[in-house]
Design a protein around this ligand. Sequence first.
Ligand code: ADP
Ligand code: ZN
Length: 730
Amino acid sequence: MEQGYFDEGALIAVLTTQPLDRCLDYKAPEGGCHLGAFVEVPLGPRKVMGVVWGPGEGGYDPSKVRGVIRVLDAAPMRDEMHQFLRRAADYTLTPLPAMLRLATRSPGLGDPPGMRTVYRLGDSEPERMTDARAKVLAVLREYGGLAFTLSELAESAGVTSSVVKGLVKQGAVLEQASPRDTPYPLLDPDLPGLTLTEDQAAGAAMLAEAVAGGTYGTTMLRGVTGSGKTEVYLEAVAACLRAGRQALVLLPEIALTAEFLTRVQARFGAQPAEWHSGVTMTERRRCWRMVGEGGAQLVVGARSALFLPFRDLGLIVVDEEHDTSYKQEDGVLYNARDMSVLRASLCSAQVVLASATPSLETWANVQAGKYRRLDLTARFGVAVMPEMRAIDMRAEELPGGKWVSPTLRDAVRARLALGEQSLLFLNRRGYAPITLCRACGHQIGCDHCDARMVEHRFQKRLVCHQCGETKPMPLTCPSCEAEDRMSPVGPGVERLAEEATALFPDARIAVLSSDLYGSARALKAHIESIAKGEADIIVGTQLVAKGHNFPLLTLVGVIDSDLGLQGSDLRAAERTFQLMRQVAGRAGRAERPGTAMLQTFQPEHPVIRAILAGDEDRFWAAEASERQAAGVPPYGRMAGIILSSPNVQEVFDVASEMARRDGPLRAVNAQLYGPAPAPIARIRGRHRVRLLVKADKGVALQAALTQWVAQFRLPASLRLSIDIDPQSFL
Ligand code: ADP
Ligand code: ZN
């Protein structure tokens, strides 16, 4: 038997995506199968998909072991991926079937490649030439041998599809069947890039050399927004392509992909493969297959792209690495940034963690000598970091229900007079966070969650930001039935837009909030038009903080700088610092210098002062020593345990029992806190209770947690989830 190959009839262990706690034994099919092969196996009366995970365990009556039905038409899982799934499962305490589901999220994974109808240039001329026909032939000639689908061809030529069909009848255009999953166009790393500044060139050379070395390593790439981080890491991608290996660029937000695709096109002459929730099923399938077969050199995607079956991954870039969306908060609780490092270490790849405001975790790894550090110090061109100023709200005169201070208002007016853009930033979606009855004080909450419902005036509905439930805005109070007394309390981005319209009646105002666009494409178009200057004032949420370029923007007004500092989250200071710096970084990207104004009621707060001073290293050092003193991440380990059940008594009983029998945790000196109701004590009708485990850095926490949890028999109605390195404490 050759290494990793099972002859027909050999006992093999198959891991399926079914929620079982172990692999199942089967017999290898006719012709045998490879280790890692994707197979279809019988499970009870059903057929399910699985992967050949290793030799069978045995111990059953051999005559009862069933055979593999068929080997699927997909490249076998490579050993590196197998190791990655195992290690990621161990780290996140996730059952392997759930990990395998992440790695097989391709529609029609095992189906043979389908065919589709395509159109190419034929040899004969049409009998009668019309303008429309000439256009079609011109498009086909222009693109040489390239095949088009019917709609692509008709659209590119600006004609109806019947024109194309007419040409087919005449033999001037050929209609052919062609395999569906085709390789992506080749990227050319040797096209001339931009001329880099000295700083950028040095950084690019260092990354390129690391990639060419073909070993594992992680580099923090830090530089203010606009310093050219993207340009620099594209050179690392170029080095990776030259080495014949594949590269992956992770972005935190789909809306950022469009801009990135344009830059890849400009640098490498073609577009990369895309993997995120906005791509069609056909493209998803193509991407998954081509990544595995080597027909995709570069993938740009969301965090789940990390689980694609790369054949030879040489570089992972995590852009905006501090972004919280890299942590998946439901299902498998993993952090794509951390898992990138794991995957890269298993396949000898380089990782680039790029950010203007890196996470404290990354900074600590640099301090500890585990990651290299690369700083881009200047913004590209003449643009400099904006001037940062606080507006002390205690000294401003503002009527109730208004949020733009006179100082900020005057600053916006000055920009309007100059024909420059301003941004009013408020990190709150919707119209108002609270809807209250003025007669009885009743607040409208969600029926399924312990959360208030947020009015969304554009949609004319109340929305629960926890579970997504919506209901119409009531005219009478649901509690005291008073009429017309329901009123909004507090600001949301929609309400702020209303105020801006009243304050600046002649200005063109655009609202940027993730919930206002039906599709990523509509959002992208909107962002592009704003960047070109089709708005004077942008009213936006967190969405605008994430890497978009607004070259005409010179003023950023932060409506509520104190918002993130409330609450008990251990990362509150870090988050506020990052968000404020990111938002401020939107201003003054081109020739004109920018100003950022922070409305705050506590200008002396250390975080606000650090933001104003712009001294990042000092902020980090201070934050690091506080966390070190408290023994919390990244200087200690944490795991959050959430128990939930429709039955409130049951969930507290189980949680108390778990807290009592904490022997395995005490054995490693870990401390357990709780149980306590989770900050959102009910979601979708399930009551939630939290336990928190804290341990020293060197402790084998996962093993201790596994032992601890294994002591309990949990009722079927109760769900337990363990969140290693929790980001969110809700
Ligand atoms: P970051 O990723 O750090 O925000 P980018 O790479 O997006 O920075 O660069 C900001 C802008 O400056 C982009 O439009 C980019 O094309 C431009 N830019 C950066 N470096 C150069 C350069 N060396 N030559 C020309 N344009 C540059
Ligand atoms: Zn709800």
